[in-house]
Write a protein that binds this ligand. Structure first.
Ligand code: NAI
Ligand code: 13P
Length: 337
């Protein structure tokens, strides 16, 4: 069934998800706040700043007019960085009220809000009244835009407490290279998605420091233990962390050259100033702000998260990165489980 879908955010992820949806036969309106970017997508079918040399389907329509993008939308997919979610969702709620529309809301963003420590679906739930929204679905898993663009096999999860809503998102995205599973553990999926970026910063830093695969595998594994500990304390199913949005996304983000978080960590490990690295990336590095939220959340919930704490110290307290890595090794002996 053909759906009218609004995709909000035309960075690398939103624009390629919009492309998948168009290829699947849906009527897609891709919203960006930049008119020149909308013009480039509509006229040249490119989005050079975000996905070099990729040709978008000619029937993908981009617009800088949010009202126009949302008109008659049956599904709205948010794909803006976490810090922008609340503001964009507030604008969306106002328009939906005027249009008297109640679409299904999905999001593909990965992070925790600063100060509130909220997951994306929680922010959306607050910003968009229930009367304006059928349900909320989170889309997550090991999926770099650059490889979806090549139509490499990609598997992700659509998570919602409303299984029918998750199935609808599964249906609109599934094709021969994009396979979608459903999951009702929204908390686990969103926590895995947000926290893997923090661990990838750390693994990238180890690479930059010159450490080998033993150290990186160790950080990934113990990082997953921290993610699971936090997730379970917040109500997640521990098994979710063995899935696509848990270990799956952790692996891809900690090992892929496409990962902005890994690349940022690598440069920091080589001695560059974290603020400069983030400023020069040209795309969002979600793990940096999420690290602060995760650090505060761990303190608040009294959860032991030494890797998150070490990453926080490097990013926010100018801690010496060699010393931080050495200190992690000097912690008292522990039971693994
Ligand atoms: N790039 C990827 O392969 C993947 C990204 N993600 C997630 O998707 C989300 C978006 O990431 P990307 O597209 O990669 O980021 P990006 O940095 O490539 O693009 C972000 C887009 O959001 C727009 N934006 C930023 N602030 C905004 C605001 N206040 N209002 C409206 N638009 C705003 C920017 O103009 C840009 O078009 C992130 O949470 C990321 O973790 C998830 C899976 C894969
Ligand atoms: O979430 C992602 C891959 O699944 C993207 O990770 P980066 O933001 O580190 O590129």
């Amino acid at each position: 069934m053909k759906n009218k879908i609004a995709v909000l955010g035309a960075g690398s992820w939103g624009s390629i998800l919009a492309s998948v949806l168009v290829q699947n036969g849906h009527d897609v309106s891709l919203w960006t706040r930049h008119t020149d970017q909308a013009n480039e997508i509509n006229q040249k079918h490119t989005n050079q700043r975000y996905l070099k040399n990729y040709q978008y389907p000619s029937n993908l329509k981009a617009t800088a007019d949010l009202k126009q993008a949302l008109t008659a939308a049956q599904i709205i997919l948010f794909s803006v960085p976490t810090p922008a979610i609340r503001d964009v969702a507030t604008q969306v709620a106002k328009i939906l009220q005027e249009q008297n529309n109640q679409p299904l809301i999905a999001h593909a963003s990965k992070g925790l809000e600063q100060n509130t420590h909220l997951r994306i679906s929680q922010i959306l739930e607050i910003a968009i009244p229930q009367s304006q929204c059928q349900a909320i679905v989170a889309l997550s898993g090991p999926s770099h835009a650059e490889e979806v663009a090549r139509q490499d096999p990609t598997l992700i999860t659509a998570a919602s407490t409303d299984l029918d809503a998750a199935k609808r998102i599964q249906d609109v995205f599934m094709n021969n290279y994009f396979r979608v599973y459903t999951n009702t553990d929204l908390i686990g999926v969103e926590i895995g998605a947000a926290l893997k970026n923090v661990i990838a910063l750390g693994v990238g830093a180890l690479h930059g420091l010159g450490y080998g695969d033993n150290a990186k595998a160790a950080l990934m594994t113990r990082g997953l233990a921290e993610i699971s500990r936090l997730g379970v304390a917040l109500g997640a199913n521990p098994l979710t962390f063995t899935g696509l949005s848990g270990v799956g996304d952790l692996i891809v983000t900690c090992t892929s050259v496409h990962s902005r978080n890994w690349r940022a960590g690598d440069q920091i490990g080589r001695g560059q100033n974290p603020a400069d690295v983030i400023a020069n990336m040209g795309m969002v590095v979600e793990g940096v702000k999420t690290c602060q939220s995760a650090y505060e959340l761990a303190q608040q919930e009294n959860i032991e998260m030494p890797i998150v704490e070490a990453t926080y110290d490097v990013l926010y307290n100018h801690a010496n990165i060699d010393k931080v890595a050495a200190d992690l090794m000097q912690r008292e002996g522990k039971a693994e489980l």
